[in-house]
Design a protein. Structure first.
Length: 287
């Protein structure tokens, strides 16, 4: 976990995606703190320095993790910013732990009920591969984690400078610590396998509850993992105001590929996130 800003400032909690850890928000933490917020980036369960538990990679448990971290930091609620699977956790927490989520920023993260139809052919095949026992973990560990770099590059915009050498080194090293690769894959496995189980049906039913807080949804137009068909959140899943942004030059990692543009959007939106945010008739925010 990393933190910037004053302990009494409004809390903004950042949740990373796969295959990263809290360091993914290195460009945002100081900028958000300088704007008058307490910026905290946590490691999701099983990643980085967090506990590597044998179970608990379902959204009910992860939402409780997010809620617990907010309370442990002495705050009653937070703006929760999540990327990828961290965005999946953020959407889930907004429904399952609504008292702790003041507003939501979903980065390259469709609403969970949209996620089943969000995959490009390449990422659908990848998630299918992740369902196999043992072999995916071995691949993530093989050759000093070169497959992790390949995933980051494949999901970024073509020609992107991300990941650079430092990002590749850090993310590869973080998933070399066993059982981190197994834990990271358990999120993917729960999502697929739960479709046929009662906990998956219960989760889907709960997630039909509309999100009532302000939402900023950010996607990269050149995302190699999420299709454009899933970018739009159906109106019946939201009662709070929505600002939806598509960054034309970014892929799956807009906060790392185009950090200045992403920060500009976030810092413009954050001061209004606790003030009701009035949406226009098209579902976008007025400038």
């Amino acid at each position: 976990m990393a933190e910037c800003g004053g302990a009494d400032d409004p809390l903004v909690l950042f949740l990373h995606g796969f295959p990263e850890f809290w360091w993914a928000w290195r460009h945002q933490l100081p900028a958000v703190a300088a704007a008058g917020f307490r910026a905290v980036a946590m490691d999701l369960r099983g990643y980085g320095a967090s506990d590597k538990t044998p179970r608990g990679y379902d959204p009910f448990t992860v939402s409780a993790d997010v809620s617990g971290v907010i309370r442990s930091l002495g705050a009653t609620d937070a703006v929760v910013v999540g990327h990828g699977w961290g965005g999946f956790a953020a959407w889930s927490a907004a429904v399952l732990a609504p008292k702790q989520v003041r507003a939501l920023v979903a980065v390259s993260a469709p609403h969970p009920l949209q996620l089943m139809r969000s995959g490009q052919l390449r990422s659908v095949a990848q998630v299918g591969w992740f369902q196999l026992p043992i072999l995916p973990e071995r691949r993530l560990l093989a050759q000093d984690g070169i497959h992790i770099e390949q995933l980051l590059r494949a999901w970024s915009a073509p020609g992107s400078s991300f990941p650079d050498a430092e990002a590749s080194r850090r993310y590869r090293a973080a998933l070399q610590v066993w059982p981190a690769p197994h834990c990271a894959l358990e999120y993917h496995r729960w999502f697929v396998r739960s479709r046929l189980r009662s906990d998956g049906r219960r989760y889907s039913a709960r997630m039909r509850t509309p999100v009532a807080v302000p939402v900023l949804q950010v996607h990269g137009a050149q995302d190699g993992a999420v299709s454009k068909a899933a970018f739009t959140t159906p109106a019946e899943l939201l009662t709070g105001p929505l600002q939806h942004e598509v960054l034309t030059t970014a892929g799956h990692f807009p906060h790392e590929e185009t950090p200045e543009l992403f920060n500009s959007l976030l810092l413009d939106w954050l001061p209004r996130s606790g003030d009701g945010l009035r949406a226009d008739g098209a579902g976008h925010m007025p400038a």
